[in-house]
Design a binder for this molecule. Structure first.
Ligand SMILES: O=P(O)(O)OC[C@H]1O[C@](O)(CO)[C@@H](O)[C@@H]1O
Length: 258
């Protein structure tokens, strides 16, 4: 992988899978097929790779698991396949993080791209007026934070290459698909045009405004550029407490710039 995740995990290509080192825990990944996501595609009948992405939701070094559990944090790894689904790049369906009973809040997600490139798509609301929407372009080593309550979808930003990322989430996560599915998908569909990704408004929404930008740094969360977010947790296990306890960063969320 282009960026070292900070622990011994390898993304396998065909079939999509993860291989864990001796000191690493992780279950058999879940495979998301094209048939499972048709309702959220621009064209529900589109053709594309049978398996679109491979999700391993609880991974890390065995010695760190008690530290993660104590802070109600979970680390996940996901690979998105290369290729297209109709005229869309391979992407997730889009969801909002449901209210977790541990904190009585929707929670954020802290992404770190390990291989390939991505757009982390974010949408302020799942209602008819989608509000401010963003396509944040991220390359290996970039971090992107999705604030609590926002619709988000992960897009493979290069149709010629698989994309793999790691992310910090709350352990009792839940995905709420209702608003996105009621609109047959996210408010802006990524479309592949001349090898570039352009964004097409989904007319099932009444309005929404999209901004495309590059990934930024997050000094407000003391995230260190170039150091794996997994290593940053190992060095300071409380650094990502804002993920499982969003209330401690309330003021940051309220004025946060994507
Ligand atoms: O169920 P969906 O919306 O397709 O998304 C699954 C994806 O969402 C994530 O939680 C990222 O938000 C990853 O685990 C996975 O890539």
């Amino acid at each position: 992988m282009e960026f070292n995740p900070g622990f011994d995990i390898e993304a396998k290509e065909s079939p999509l899978n993860f291989q864990y080192g001796d000191q690493v825990f992780g279950a058999k990944p879940e495979l998301r097929t094209i048939d499972a996501v048709r309702k959220s595609l621009k064209n529900p009948f589109a053709k594309g790779p049978k398996v679109l992405y491979c999700i391993s939701m609880d991974v890390g070094e065995k010695k760190d698991l008690p530290l993660m559990k104590k802070r109600n944090l979970l680390f996940g790894a996901v690979t998105y396949a290369a290729g297209v689904v109709g005229d869309e790049p391979v992407r997730s369906q889009g969801h909002i993080h449901a209210i977790s009973s541990s904190c009585n809040d929707s929670t954020c997600e802290v992404y770190e791209i390990w291989d390939g490139e991505a757009y982390i798509y974010m949408q302020e609301s799942g209602k008819d007026d989608a509000g401010e929407c963003y396509g944040v372009h991220a390359k290996a080593g970039d971090v992107v934070i999705v604030p609590p309550g926002w619709v988000h979808a992960t897009v493979n930003g290069n149709i010629h290459k698989n994309m793999t990322f790691g992310a910090w989430c709350v352990r009792d996560y839940g995905f709420d698909y209702e608003d996105v599915r009621a609109h047959n998908g996210i408010a802006f569909f990524p479309i592949v045009k001349d090898d570039e990704i352009v964004w097409e408004f989904n007319k099932k929404y009444s309005s929404g405004n999209i901004t495309i930008k590059e990934a930024r740094e997050y000094p407000e969360f003391e995230i260190e550029k170039g150091k794996p977010i997994y290593t940053q947790f190992q060095e300071n296990p409380d650094k990502f407490l804002f993920v499982s306890k969003p209330a401690i960063a309330k003021e940051i969320w309220e004025s946060m710039k994507i």
